[in-house]
Design a protein around this ligand. Structure first.
Ligand code: NIG
Ligand code: FE
Length: 395
């Protein structure tokens, strides 16, 4: 049992107590279903009771959180954790003006193919542990640095050891050795590669980006996504990252759960996302704009229009080698005009929705005890104390 919770962010509107909100933006706060001076009982990994600290029942073990804030564990719905090597020089070059176009992915493909299973497993484990240490309790992990039948299936088998949210991304880029045989590569992806990978994946994704010579056109992306859907996988899309393009419309047309990046959007794209708000979430990845020195997505435009918005890290060696959801929340607030409460919502409930999960991203009786605790009295401190390790998983 945890008592003395200064602020319990449930993301469950029905659970909010009547206590007046202390935060400056009280009205904004209400969406988080906040309870003050709360307690909760956890049994066998599930929440069995939520209430006021003063009413807490007797329990074998009683931990006083002394006014700290407790939130749903963060849901990181977009990451590429299965890779070896890094691309620090590429990052440094971008900081002096070099543009990102996806060409560096080939470097990570070479390093990942050369790594042993044990090495990849250890690297993924280390990254997942880093995430948990910062409050993340669910992570989606993509393949995409293997790009052969064997290497993609291996990446997914290893990812599967750490999460049920695994994503087949054989259509990340056309690998360097197949540069002159794009059609043959797409055939490989939708044929033997999909067959070998589908048993280990829940999702399929594609880097749909006509603005990169390495990524996939609208037609190629549609071919891959339809084949994956026919093989029983649910869909997600990398779209509209480097410029305007067809990614968002394609994701909506095919009923994808999420279209990720959404940096360059036309009015028609926003309209499509509004219409599809119950089906398709726009997942924003501001760590990418930070690490590629690019303009941030217009989160305000999306939220004000009624789009379903999520936040995730996109942790990968190219566009964002950070696995920190608190960092993403701080960027969303400082650089994308999201309120602290919108950012926390998007990093928990919003991101759960992007994974079509109703069982996570909130704190409710009967739900899993996937909890984050802050060494701070409120969720406002996540952005306010950016860069300070105040968040961790509570277990
Ligand atoms: O989401 N854009 C495509 N894939 C990753 C970057 C991968 C890389 O550069 O290694 C992304 O940004
Ligand atoms: Fe990505």
């Amino acid at each position: 049992m945890f008592v003395g919770i200064g602020e319990l962010v449930t993301c469950d509107l029905d659970a909010a107590s009547d206590a007046p909100a202390r935060a400056a933006s009280a009205a904004d706060d209400t969406r988080l279903g906040i309870r003050r001076d709360a307690a909760l009982v956890v049994q066998d990994g599930r929440i069995t009771w939520i209430g006021d600290s003063a009413d807490a029942p007797a329990a074998d073990r009683r931990i006083n959180l002394e006014g700290r804030a407790v939130l749903p564990g963060f849901v990181d719905s977009h990451s590429h954790l299965v890779f070896d090597g890094d691309r620090a020089e590429e990052f440094a070059a971008r900081m002096t003006g070099e543009r990102y176009d996806g060409g560096g992915i080939g470097v990570s493909v070479d390093a990942t193919r050369a790594a042993s299973d044990e090495r990849l497993r250890e690297l993924v484990g280390r990254r997942v542990a880093e995430m948990r240490a910062q409050g993340t309790t669910t992570v989606e992990i993509k393949s995409g640095y293997g790009l052969t039948v064997e290497d993609e299936a291996r990446a997914l088998r290893i990812a599967r050891e750490f999460t049920t949210e695994t994503t087949f991304l054989g259509a990340h880029v056309v690998p360097p050795e197949a540069r002159d045989e794009r059609t043959a590569y797409v055939e490989l992806v939708i044929g033997p590669m999909l067959e070998a990978c589908a048993p280990h994946a829940k999702w399929a994704d594609v880097f749909c980006e006509p603005n990169s010579p390495h990524a996939f056109t609208e037609d190629e992306s549609r071919t891959v996504l339809e084949a994956a859907r026919d093989a029983g996988l649910q869909l997600r899309v990398h779209g509209n990252q480097l410029g305007h393009g067809p990614g968002v419309q394609l994701a909506v047309e095919l009923g994808a759960a999420s279209v990720d990046h959404c940096t360059f959007l036309s009015d028609a794209d926003v309209d499509a996302l509004v219409q599809a708000a119950n089906t398709t979430t726009a997942t924003l990845l501001p760590g990418v704009e930070f690490s590629t020195r690019s303009p941030y997505p217009d989160a305000r435009r999306l939220i004000d229009a009624g789009v379903s918005v999520a936040l995730a890290t996109d942790c990968n060696p190219g566009t964002c080698y950070s696995d920190s959801m608190p960092f993403v929340i701080a960027l969303a607030v400082r650089e994308m005009g999201m309120t602290p409460s919108e950012a926390v919502w998007a990093a928990t409930r919003g991101s759960a929705k992007a994974l079509r999960r109703n069982d996570i991203g909130g704190i409710v009786v009967g739900g899993p005890a996937d909890l984050a605790v802050l060494d701070a009295p409120s969720h406002l401190h996540l952005a306010y104390r950016a860069g300070v390790p105040i968040a961790r998983t509570l277990s």
